[in-house]
Structures are given as C-alpha cells and as structure tokens.
Ligand binder design. Structure first.
Ligand code: SF4
Length: 539
C-alpha cells in the first residue's frame, strides 16, 4: 500500500471515528467537528454570509496556506469525500473500461463557487448545496450510520440469547439505537449519482463540481512542490491516460498544477522515470499551463449572481416575519436548544448533519422547505420521534459553526424551545371524556396541570406557559396515535446571539424548574409502541 493510500485510509477512519463518538458522551472530550473545520468553503462562506469569524477557522486558513506551498494535497490525501470517491470509482468504473470523452467542464466548479459567494454576499448561506465536507458528513451521518446501526442491532439480537446463556449481562441488556432521518432517500440518490459519475471520469465531482476544489485550485497554480518532467520523457502518454484529475494535457511535459492533487500516479506509471515531484530547481523551466479566465466564464458568473440574488430574496422572505427573538416562519418548526435567531442560524448552519447524528433521542431531523429554500436540510425537532432532553447539550457541542450555541449545562434548561399547546379536539380527556394523565406525568417541568372543568366528567389538562420549556416529552408520550393531542409550537422560544439564557429567561418571567431525572425519565427505546401503555394512562 502506498503512503498516500495509508494517509487517506487513516484520515477516513479518523473522520468516521469522530462521527461515531459525536453521538456518545465521549464526544464532549474530542474535537469531533475538526474535519468540518478544514473545509475552506465553510470558512469563506460563513465569513461572508454570517460576517462571523471564529478561531476554529484558522485550520481552514492553514489548509489554504499549505495548498499554496504543496498543492492540493488536501484533496488527494485528507478529504473524506475524495477518498470515498477513489473507492467507489473502482466499483462504478473499473480502470479497464473505456470512458467517454467529455468537453471542458472544469469551469463549472468556478461557477458554483461564484454562485455560493454571490448568495453569501447577500447574507444567504447556500454552501450546504456543495461544500464537500458538509455533504460527506451528511452522507455518512444520516445514511450510512443508521444502516450500520441497524446491522449492528441485528447482530446483537442474534448473540444476545447466547450471552444470556453464558451470563454475560452487559451484552444481554445492551441496546443499539437505530436512528432514522427524513431526507435520507434523497441524500442516497444524490450520492448514487455522484458515485455513478465515475462512468464519465474518475473523481468527476472533484474535477468539475467541487467548490472547495475550485478554491484550492485558485491558490495552487504554482505550488512550490510540483510535477516536473525531465528531457528523458518519450511522450508515451501513459501519464496522460492515468491521471485521475486530467491534470496532464496532451503534451505530457505540461501540467495543470491547479488541477493536480499530488497523487503521484504519473510518477509511478512513467516507464523511464521522467516524472518527479520536486521544489523548483534554479534554471529549470516550469512547464505549467496558464489558468485562463474565458469571457464565457465571466458571463456565466454574472448570470449565476443574478440567479443567486433571486433565490436569496425568496429565502429572506421566508424568515422576514420573524419576531424580535428570531422565531421561525413555520408554526411547527422547533430549532435545537441554543440555536441562534433564525436568520443568523440559517446563515451559519452548513447542514453537515453532525447535530442530527449526535442527537441521542433522534428528535433532530433535517427539514425540507418548511423554512424556505434557504432552510433546506437544516435541523429541527420532531417531537414525535423523540423528546429533547432538557439536560442534553450534545448538538451545541458538535456544531462546527456555532449555529447552535455550545451551552453550559446550567444554561441549558433556560433555552426554551417553544410552548406546548393542547389540541382539545384530539385530547382523550377534553374530547372523549377519558381519564388520561400522561402529559402531566412525563413533563420534566411540571408545566401541565389537570383541572376539573364544567361539563367534563374527568379532569382536563392545561399548560402553564411560563413553566413550559418546549422539551416535547408530552408530545412524544401522548397516547393519541399519529398527530399528538399536545404539540410544541415555537411560541416563546428563546433564541439569542449572545448573553445569558438564564438572565433573559428570568427577565421574561419564565419559571423553569426541572424535576429530578428519575421522576420523569427518558424513553428506554425509540419504539414507543413496544413499551406497552404509556405511563399514567388508564382507560
Ligand atoms: S446546526 Fe447542525 S447541521 Fe447546522 S452546522 Fe450546526 S451541526 Fe451542522
């Protein structure tokens, strides 16, 4: 195995390891978002769209500086998407199969970056559409990880009877959560298309579409370490054929340095050892091909800017009716605890899915268009999938752009998500005169009280709004099938860019008092239906 392959595999393994531990309590102690911090598109996009700079962006700046000197080694050695494509390319188009010749598609990636930055200038972040680290984190976190968990759970259920027989109690009671995510199928189809594009060229995504590749190409036109060809070259063309990035034009002595990912395949295949990757030797000419900006590219970039502006305006309209606290346009959209005010949140969130993969109750889900086009794939809570643990801060810990504030434990309970509302027409007590105490029993904040009301045979529930944190325990446990009879709305959600949540909550008169954990308890399994009757519910 070559050194490059070894580095690629170690890098991919580390990326996956961070993704897995992000969903465990160890995630708090490790830099689980470090790969996302390396992506220069995240850094530049967030800087421009949110006018926000974080020290963690220094790693992306370092990547740009290294590229200046060593060329696109990030693409060739570190990027988990690049490594994944190197693997899938072999499956989707083995090297012996002939590929059709494509025209010059390389400018597309520059148009994409122009598109993204055009939107970012107007304060709209669309980098989630194409930023490679965001895409690959979403793929592994929301598609591969659930399948892997399902598989592991299947194996566990096979070995558990054996463990029982041999008295290995730690295995007998072990549980593997199998999360499910909305938009999974779409992400799968999108990636299937990227993988299948290997039929046209290896690393099709990196060559023609990747905006981070375009950014790195812009700074790697003349790297210090670069491909050089000696007079021994016999013009056999083997290197031209084998270059995965198409960085060697018809004359094998030339190199498109901005396209080269320093994989050194040309060096390996050269039969006369005429290729070497060295720093500049004084007096030796550097055979580079000039990167030319065509007029068409400029016109296309202009058009891209116009499209961006149109989409930006649509997106901005979707959040224009936000209140002073940054509430969302959709009456059912509940953002994670500590999420910035909506407009700021959308300009920072890169839709990597880290928070969703890390969420222990699977309540955080990617959304479609509930927040307009600019809200696509952003995280929101689905209380029917799971409640939001009032003491959990996992999503804020793993968010690479601080779109979700990394709250201190003592601040967390004050980050009110919304307020529960009883749908009386669906409620067993209000509508069907049946005795049900579920929402009262499970509420961690004692925010639901049952009272006698005229013309009702049984006590009926009421929500005390200033005691409700919008955690969704009531909605999750409500025994009414499908649509719960009590739902959390974003009404009264506390979202702020800075300052203490506790102080703001108290200033607003909130009385959030958390019961001891053993009094309300977390769901033991995500499969509610298998747990038998919900607590507190009697016929
Ligand atoms: S809010 Fe979630 S999806 Fe958005 S950047 Fe943070 S971790 Fe990624």
């Amino acid at each position: 195995m070559s050194l490059r392959r070894a580095i690629q595999l170690i890098s991919l393994a580390l990326f996956l390891f961070f993704l897995i531990v992000a969903s465990t309590s160890f995630g708090s102690y490790l830099p689980v978002d470090s790969f996302l911090q390396l992506d220069p598109t995240h850094f530049m996009g967030t800087l421009v769209s949110a006018r926000y700079f974080s020290l963690s962006f220094l790693t992306a700046i370092l990547v740009l500086l290294i590229t200046l000197v060593l060329g696109r080694i990030f693409c060739g050695y570190i990027c988990p998407l690049g490594t994944t494509l190197d693997g899938t390319d072999k499956i989707f188009c083995p090297s012996h199969e002939k590929r059709p010749r494509l025209g010059n598609l390389r400018p597309i990636k520059y148009y994409i970056i122009a598109f993204l930055f055009g939107a970012a200038v107007l304060g709209v972040s669309l980098i989630f559409i194409a930023a490679p680290l965001s895409l690959i984190t979403r793929f592994y976190g929301l598609v591969v990880y659930p399948v892997f968990a399902l598989f592991a759970d299947g194996i566990l259920s096979i070995i558990q009877p054996l463990a029982d027989r041999f008295g290995i109690s730690s295995l007998v009671f072990a549980q593997i959560k199998t999360p499910r995510f909305a938009t999974q199928f779409f992400i799968l189809v999108f990636f299937a298309a990227i993988f299948a594009s290997a039929r046209f060229s290896p690393r099709f995504w990196c060559r023609y579409l990747c905006p981070s590749g375009a950014l790195l190409a812009l700074v790697s036109r003349k790297p210090l370490l670069r491909r050089r060809v000696t007079e021994d070259c016999t013009d056999c063309g083997k290197c031209v054929e084998s270059c995965p990035m198409g960085a060697i034009p018809e004359d094998p002595c030339l190199t498109l340095h901005e396209e080269c990912i320093v994989c050194r395949t040309c060096e390996k295949v050269c039969p006369v050892d005429a290729v070497a990757f060295t720093s500049e030797v004084p007096g030796q000419p550097s055979h580079g091909v000039e990167f030319s900006q065509t007029r068409r590219r400029f016109i296309a970039s202009g058009l891209t800017g116009a499209v961006t502006a149109a989409i930006s305006l649509t997106g901005l309209k979707a959040v224009s009716n936000q209140g002073a606290l940054g509430q969302v346009a959709d009456p059912r959209l509940i953002r994670p605890p500590g999420a910035l005010p909506e407009k700021e949140f959308l300009s920072r969130c890169v839709r990597c899915g880290e928070c969703m993969a890390a969420c222990p109750t699977n309540t955080l889900q990617p959304i479609w268009f509930q927040a307009g086009f600019i809200g696509l794939f952003s995280p929101a809570l689905n209380m029917r999938r799971g409640p939001c643990d009032p003491e959990c801060i996992r999503c804020g810990e793993v968010c690479p752009t601080n779109a979700i504030t990394n709250l201190l434990k003592n601040e967390r309970i004050w980050a009110k998500l919304g307020t529960a509302v009883i749908l009386r027409h669906a409620c067993l007590a209000w509508e069907h005169q049946k005795k049900c105490l579920v929402c009262d029993e499970v509420c961690p904040f004692d925010a639901v009280v049952f009272k006698d009301e005229p013309e009702h045979e049984v006590p009926v529930p009421h929500v005390i709004e200033d005691r409700c944190a919008g955690c969704g325990y009531c909605e999750y446990f409500c025994p009414v099938q499908n649509q719960a009879a009590i739902v959390v709305t974003p009404m009264g959600a506390l979202r702020q860019s800075r300052g203490s949540y506790e102080e703001e909550a108290k200033r607003q008169g909130l009385k959030l008092v958390l019961r001891p954990k053993d009094e309300y308890g977390l769901p033991e399994s995500e499969e509610k239906d298998t747990r038998g009757p919900a607590p507190g519910f009697t016929e």
